[in-house]
Design a protein around this ligand. Structure first.
Ligand code: KIV
Ligand code: ZN
Length: 559
């Protein structure tokens, strides 16, 4: 910002709470989760959901495991009202799920909300009014604290009066001092305690006080201080479920929620992937999976997160960013070479360990959780661009294409392939990596080419004899040689025509895993007389021919 512009802004004052306890706390308890996707999330969409879409989204939320779902603002519009009615009249609400309806503390709206929830087994009526100085001054044209508090009390009294009119519905009561985040704490407390005194909750019949971080003006520690202060000072604290409702203006919705839980909150309102007004509501997926990553159960099931993301994108017409924690396309993918190597080593170690997966403590560099636990696969973990390293290329060739390259071959292949990504200026597809591997390292015949080959086994055992027709740079040679196997006899044959300027340093072979034809892969490492050391590879349906082709490849690569 222009330095002059900075003079428009003021620091947010700290909360005088010297004996705060939250910094020493950990999150160990599962909060009550309330999804506000269908209300706060929906109201923030460029194209709000249709009733049919909301019904499907509701089912998705139920399937994930939400037991409290704010379904809308039924008094605000007919579609919202009708959606609520359809849920109730079509018996779509499971017995263990409670719907929640939001309403301003205005008489007609409150009455209409009670009509909307009639017939539900259990429903939360959530009333709110704005309390901050900014709202009092601007939206309510300079209204006094007392008159704003009175709005809350009038609403609470009316709700209390209406509860007995729908006796078949168990009504749970919720109050939010909207814009709590920049309301004077003593005034938030006055409003909340006023409502608590009217509703008179008990430990058996609790009410909810929701403290919205409507706009994030301050750092998460200030939010936590505010929550702890309220938690200490609310009347009948043992009869109140203290709820968080963070937004994300400073990009700290998750942090503010986590510190708020440490500060004593019992409940969390938020949305999938953080959809919501402006920068969004709290992303419940992240908070819940953060808890899971510390071994804490949440009651929410994100084991098929990809599928949830696809459905969410369909309903909201929004896209989950590629770097979104847990849900983003790229969050379990390593491009950088050192990261790829470390992940590969971690996963290899894990594969070698014995015991059930859940018995082995998770410990793979760069991965806070096992991607498989949320329905992501290891296959997509390592992708190849110009920043990639040897380990990543070897990992893809191994996992995706069944080639288990010798370790000392990794640098040679890795370098060529990430150079290729650099030349192309983009990430390489998995199949392109296989193609490049074949082009540069498999069955290469750039100078020396085997035209015919015959292996004669000595019936009395011992050495074998090879006879071959080869061409070197277009010139044909008929050669033969003896050795204890096809490779050695071929090397001998080359020696006899003066073409052996190397020695064999290493040899490996294996059946290609998952190949459509039962092919074998062989790797031969050659050391040239000038000291150069390199690998060639051969693939063939016969393991002997694969070995020979690997040797020929190596010979060609030395030229
Ligand atoms: O952000 C907010 O303050 C709200 C309230 C209505 C709870 O959404
Ligand atoms: Zn909100």
């Amino acid at each position: 910002m222009d330095p002059k512009a900075l003079s428009k802004y003021r620091p947010f004052p700290a909360i005088p709470l010297a004996d705060r306890t939250w910094p020493d706390k950990s999150i160990i308890r599962t909060p009550i989760w309330c999804s506000v996707d269908l209300r706060d999330g929906n109201q923030a969409l460029p194209q709000p959901m249709s009733i049919e879409e909301k019904l499907e989204f509701f089912d998705l939320l139920v399937k994930i495991g939400f037991k409290e779902i704010e379904i809308g603002f039924p008094s605000a519009a007919d579609t919202e009202f009708n959606f609520c009615r359809r849920l109730i009249e079509e018996n779509r609400i499971p017995v263990d799920v409670t719907i929640q309806v939001l309403v301003q503390t205005r008489e007609q709206l409150i009455r209409r909300s009670f009509e909307a929830i009639k017939g539900a087994k259990r429903a939360i009526v959530h009333i709110y009014n704005s309390t901050s100085p900014l709202q009092r001054e601007i939206t309510f044209s300079g209204a006094s604290r007392e008159s704003i508090r009175q709005i809350a009390l009038d609403g609470a009294n009316l709700v209390k009066e209406l509860v007995p009119t729908i006796p078949e519905t168990e009504v749970v009561l919720q109050y939010s001092p909207e814009s709590f985040s920049d309301t004077e704490l003593d005034f938030s407390l006055e409003c909340c305690n006023g409502v608590i005194d009217i509703w008179q909750p008990s430990p058996e019949k609790k009410m909810i006080i929701n403290l919205p971080d409507t706009v994030q003006w301050a750092t998460p520690n200030v939010h936590a201080d505010m929550i702890e202060w309220m938690s200490r000072n609310l009347n009948r604290r043992d009869s109140v479920v203290l709820s968080l409702h963070t937004h994300n203006d400073r990009g700290t919705g998750v942090a503010a929620t986590e510190l708020g839980l440490m500060a004593g909150a019992d409940r969390v309102e938020g949305t999938l992937f953080g959809n919501g007004e402006r920068t969004g509501n709290l992303d419940i997926v992240t908070v819940a999976l953060n808890m899971n990553s510390h071994g804490i159960p949440t009651g929410l099931n994100f084991s098929e997160l990809n599928e949830i993301r696809l459905q969410y994108e369909k309903f909201t017409r929004l896209t989950v960013p590629e770097r979104q924690p847990y849900g983003g396309e790229l969050v379990f993918t390593a491009f950088s070479g050192s990261h790829q190597d470390a992940i590969k080593k971690g996963l290899d170690r894990r594969r070698k360990e014995t015991g059930a997966d859940w018995e082995i403590p998770w410990g793979v560099p760069y991965l806070t959780i096992d991607p498989q636990d949320i329905g992501r696969s290891y296959e997509a973990l390592i992708r190849i661009n110009s920043q990639s390293g040897k380990g990543g290329v070897a990992y893809v060739l191994d996992r995706e294409h069944g080639f288990d390259l010798p370790k000392t071959m990794h640098p040679q292949v890795g370098k060529r392939i990430y150079d290729l990504a650099d030349e192309r200026g983009r990430e390489l597809e998995i199949d392109e990596i296989r193609e490049a591997f074949f082009e540069y390292f498999v069955n290469v015949e750039t100078h020396l080419k085997v035209v015919e080959y015959e292996l004669i086994h000595n019936p009395s055992g011992g050495d074998v004899r090879c006879k071959a027709k080869i061409s070197i740079d277009g010139e044909m040679h008929e050669i033969d040689g003896d050795g204890n196997g096809p490779i050695n006899s071929f090397v001998h044959a080359l020696e006899k025509i003066g073409q052996k300027d190397f020695k064999i340093a290493d040899y490996r072979s294996h059946a290609v895993r998952g190949g459509s034809d039962a092919s074998a892969a062989a790797y031969v490492q050659l050391q040239h007389e000038d000291g150069r050391l390199l690998w060639g590879s051969g693939v063939d349906s016969s393991i002997e021919m694969a070995g020979l082709k690997a040797l020929v490849t190596g010979w060609n690569l030395l030229r």
